[in-house]
Write a protein that binds this ligand. Structure first.
Ligand code: CP
Length: 304
């Protein structure tokens, strides 16, 4: 299927996902072969919220394909501070660039901007909504480490505000995967996401603690409590620090459990896990480059 924009993981079929993941694997095998594939191409970066991984891996990906980026920079140094609308900002920058990457604190921002621009728009996170390019690198990491079909995956932490969770859970419905969601009651999946998952017939269960389900998991995807999305700091304090794991907590797990995290982490994964065979989160972050190279190559070439 051709996609003009990538706004949500819901729009991706299994075939789309496998196309990106297969191409990312080809690129990872021989990145130099793609070094001038998109010479002269400019990617516009519009980041209205902080980012390290997504922004820098998109920039690295575009440059490793032979192109370059034009970066709006911080909101404080842009004309957004003078009151320029998001739609106007995007319409101006599409005149400078061949594709746009947008991160914004408002859920639905990417969908709205996609109605104003003609160049491909990639959603790099819209509030508590979606983060589909993160999902592609998550799936790539899972496929490389544990496979995909037949997996039992636990997704733990802030399932309410965690956009990586929403996108990943949608994408996993394309595969034969059991999904277990582990969170405090106050941070369970939003009703619309839960409804959508049930509509697909996905194998989904919700839990309030990890202990009972941990021994059956092949992958444990841990997420940060999204402090910045809480309307009330007191509500954040009630759940902060819960659902953190250390090595002792992993004792009942399978030996080949894969621990993932989209990062940044605060205290959800004790650093004592970092140098164990469980830890895959730094590799996961590094996979952002070949996966985003593949995505850019396919979308700029009209092949996705
Ligand atoms: N995983 C992720 O989106 O990280 P950044 O916020 O650093 O981009």
């Amino acid at each position: 299927m051709r996609h003009d924009h990538l706004i949500t993981a819901k729009q991706l079929s299994r075939e789309d996902i496998e196309t990106v993941l297969d191409h990312a694997a080809e690129i990872a095998d021989d990145p130099a072969a793609y070094g001038d594939r998109h010479a002269g191409t400019l990617l516009g970066l519009l980041f209205f919220e902080p980012s390290t991984r997504t922004k820098m891996s998109f920039e690295t990906a575009m440059k490793r394909l032979g192109g370059d980026v034009v970066d709006m920079g911080s909101v404080e140094s842009s004309s957004v501070k003078k009151g320029e609308s998001l739609a106007d900002t995007a319409r101006v920058i599409e005149g400078y660039a061949d594709a746009l990457v947008l991160r914004h604190p408002s859920q639905g921002a990417a969908k709205m901007v996609s109605e104003f621009v003609d160049v491909p728009l990639l959603n790099a996170g819209d509030g508590a909504g979606h983060h589909p390019t993160q999902t592609l690198l998550d799936l790539y990491t899972m496929r490389e480490t544990a496979g995909l079909d037949g997996l039992t995956v636990g997704i733990m932490g802030d399932l309410k505000y965690g956009r990586t969770v929403h996108s990943l859970s949608y994408a996993l419905t394309n595969f034969d995967v059991q999904q277990h969601f582990i969170s405090p009651k106050s941070l369970q999946l939003p009703r619309n996401v839960r409804y959508d998952l049930h509509e697909t017939g996905a194998m989904v269960k919700e839990h309030t603690d990890l202990e009972g389900i941990l021994p059956s998991l092949d992958v444990l995807y841990v997420t940060r409590i999204q402090r910045e999305r809480f309307p009330d700091e007191n509500e954040y304090r009630k759940v902060a620090g819960q659902y953190s794991i250390g090595l002792e907590a992993l004792e009942p797990a399978k030996d080949d459990l894969v621990v993932m995290h989209p990062l940044p982490r605060v205290d959800e994964i004790d650093p004592e896990i970092d140098d164990t065979h469980y830890a895959n989160y730094f590799e996961q972050a590094h996979n952002g480059v070949p996966v985003r190279m593949a995505l850019l190559d396919l979308m700029l070439g009209g092949e996705l």
